[in-house]
Design a binder for this molecule. Structure first.
Ligand SMILES: Cc1cc2nc3c(=O)[nH]c(=O)nc-3n(C[C@H](O)[C@H](O)[C@H](O)COP(=O)(O)O)c2cc1C
Length: 370
């Protein structure tokens, strides 16, 4: 997929996720074959005021590129200036948030509030387009009505103003995350504009991603919540798109992802910040693994990188013991012939876990370059 002059290596994109898509997480996701990562939303006002805390959110590294930086705000001149700051920071893409429906953001007239103000939106997009040369995208919701009328209008405005691609999360602002995303609106928008349309909303598995591409005709897919606990979904989607079966994710990959997340978080956020983030994120990575509630409890208290590594290593040792026991039991009860016995007695690290129990697979993802 091409976004303006930017050619992506595939058509999978990490959604902007406030509090989640920081530099360490973005680096991790790019390693797992996501073609483009997005920052969390950044206040245009904060950038223009040169708030240190806000400016830090622009920090990036070559390894995570291409990177899209998302800003939010309502004033066209402030947004244009913030966009220039983003361009100067080395971002590959500038994205504007027209989807956030959090009260604090709506109160300032930003995010989804702009979806019911087409004239303001047009002025804002126009000002930003004029101020930057890098590819420019917008991310919208359905608007404030189920019909999606406002989204169709904003999409047309965006195309006319020279926006390079539109990401669509087809839920109304009032819905927040309730109900289902109405993918038919993605189809409608794709028919209405000729710039690339990126579908977003309710992709939980790699199969969902393929289904969205096929059902809506969208050019790319953007994954949010499913990537928080399982950033490997991008490798799975890419395998499916290339016509291969969606690979299962091995325990060894999950272990490596966790260890990498610890190391990069400490390196780029500092140990204190990193520990604070790891307390929740390490637990999320363990979703679907055996005995993860005890693991979650332990990481919730973590106060140093060494402690985090020890907890992760100890956890995977215990999962291995659990898997070995389970395999031995299966050997006695299920597998009768010698060939099967040999197959099930392979070391469990490298095996995959599906629906909470270990399964054998020759197609585990081991794609994780060092
Ligand atoms: C924790 C969290 C933080 C989010 N932060 C942002 C954000 O900063 N900017 C944005 O445009 N959308 C944000 N979103 C919305 C997601 O980008 C995405 O549109 C939504 O989660 C639907 O996609 P999904 O079903 O793949 O999660 C956020 C969603 C969640 C769950």
């Amino acid at each position: 997929m091409k976004i303006g002059s930017l050619l992506l290596e595939n058509n999978t994109i990490l959604a902007p996720l406030s509090g989640i898509t920081n530099l360490p997480f973005r680096l991790l996701t790019r390693k797992l074959r996501c073609a483009m990562v997005c920052s969390e939303m950044i206040s245009a006002n904060g950038l223009v005021r040169h708030s240190k805390k806000t400016e830090q959110l622009l920090n990036s590294l070559p390894d995570e590129k291409p990177l899209s930086i998302q800003i939010f705000g309502a004033d066209p001149s402030v947004m244009a200036e913030a966009a220039r700051i983003v361009e100067d920071s080395g971002a590959n893409v500038l994205d504007i948030n027209f989807g956030c429906s959090v009260k604090k953001v709506l109160k300032t007239g930003s995010g989804a509030a702009l979806m019911r103000e087409p004239e303001k939106t047009e002025a804002l997009i126009h000002a930003v387009r004029k101020s930057i040369k890098i590819p420019f995208t917008i991310k919208i919701r359905s608007g404030w009505e189920k019909s999606g009328r406002q989204a169709l209008r904003i999409a047309e405005i965006a195309e006319a103003c020279g926006v390079d691609a539109i990401a669509v999360h087809p839920r109304t602002a009032g819905q927040k995350f309730k109900g289902n995303a109405d993918w038919s609106l993605i189809t409608e928008i794709k028919k209405r504009v000729s710039i690339p349309v990126i579908g977003n909303g309710d992709i939980v598995t790699a199969d969902d991603a393929l289904r969205m591409l096929n059902e809506t005709g969208c050019d790319g897919i953007m994954i949010g919540r499913a990537a928080i606990a399982g950033p490997w979904i991008f490798s799975q989607v890419n395998a499916l798109i290339s016509g291969n079966a969606s690979p299962l994710v091995s325990l060894s990959l999950k272990r490596k992802v966790m260890l990498r997340y610890i190391a990069t978080s400490v390196e780029y956020l500092g140990e204190k910040q990193a520990c604070w983030r790891m307390r929740s994120h390490l637990g999320w990575f363990a979703r679907g693994l055996p005995h993860n509630s005890k693991f979650r409890e332990s990481v919730r208290q973590v106060s140093s990188a060494k402690e985090a590594v020890d907890i992760v290593e100890e956890y995977f040792r215990s999962v291995q013991v659990f898997s070995d026991r389970k395999r031995q039991k299966n050997q006695q009860t299920v597998y009768g012939n010698p060939e099967d016995r040999e197959a099930v007695s392979k070391p469990s690290i490298g095996f995959a876990v599906k629906d909470g129990s270990e399964v054998q697979s020759n197609e585990c993802i081991e794609y994780f370059e060092d």
